[in-house]
Ligand binder design. Structure first.
Ligand SMILES: C[S@@+](CC[C@H](N)C(=O)[O-])C[C@H]1O[C@@H](n2cnc3c(N)ncnc32)[C@H](O)[C@@H]1O
Length: 219
């Protein structure tokens, strides 16, 4: 049974005892997500309209931080998040992200979670969301259609199949030229696989508790 936990920065996360795996860093879920996906991903894309694909929509934390960025910076974001195993409503109710990021986001966060799957929904003036209820392995992406991929799968130890080169090939194909993939992960084989697909791979300082993270650019 999945459990709600509080991480070191006071923000919520979920823990799966059977896999011994957290959804986020225990050093701080919001802190990690801001560092990896917003600071080193979203902020590197300088466009008035940005198409984002997330692998593992999960708690919706990355989507909420991205909506907040769109609202503050007046950029339009089209966000597609794929999720094979949606988080249950009772767990969603325990997540404290809107309280910590901005109370003004409370309704939007609810809207994101209650919105229908596999349908494009306008969550706010700046943020359009489509949650895709499917395994990434079964998903056929549109080629060259995203500016940014948030690759937020469980770690290699818990779910090695998510890091298979066939999945990474899909990420490469769906990104537009100069598109960026960001992830908290930094395994050597993962980075070698990205390079072999044609990505330019950067190792950047990781969030607290992690030496490195990875950013890969489709050149
Ligand atoms: C590390 S968690 C992160 C989730 C989310 N980004 C968040 O911040 O809560 C990984 C997510 O990938 C989802 N997942 C697992 N296997 C998947 C698959 N084959 N295809 C798509 N999503 C999958 C899990 O259910 C989980 O929600």
């Amino acid at each position: 049974m999945i459990e709600h936990v509080i991480t070191e920065d006071g923000s919520s996360s979920l823990f799966i005892p059977e896999l011994n795996e957290h959804y986020h860093s225990s050093h701080g879920a919001i802190r990690e997500a801001v560092h990896v996906f917003i600071e080193n991903g979203l902020k590197a894309i300088r466009k008035p309209e940005i198409n984002i694909f997330e692998v593992g929509f999960g708690t919706g934390l990355n989507a909420l931080l991205t909506l907040n960025f769109a609202r503050e910076n007046h950029v339009k974001i089209i966000y597609h998040g794929i999720e094979a195993f949606p988080v249950s409503e009772d767990l969603v109710e325990k997540l404290n992200y809107a309280d910590l990021i901005s109370k003004e986001l409370t309704e939007e966060f609810k809207h994101m979670h209650l919105s229908e799957w596999n349908k494009s929904i306008g969550v706010s003036d700046y943020f359009e969301l489509q949650k895709i209820h499917q395994k990434i392995q079964d998903f056929t992406p549109e080629i060259n259609s995203y500016d940014l991929v948030y690759f937020d799968a469980f770690g290699y130890r818990a779910q090695s199949e998510m890091w298979d080169i066939t999945v990474l090939q899909k990420m490469y194909d769906m990104l537009a030229p100069n598109g960026i993939l960001v992830t908290y992960a930094a395994r050597g084989q993962f980075k070698r696989d990205l390079k072999s697909l044609g990505f330019l791979v950067e190792s950047l300082p990781g969030p607290p508790g992690k030496r490195e993270m990875t950013r890969a650019i489709k050149v």
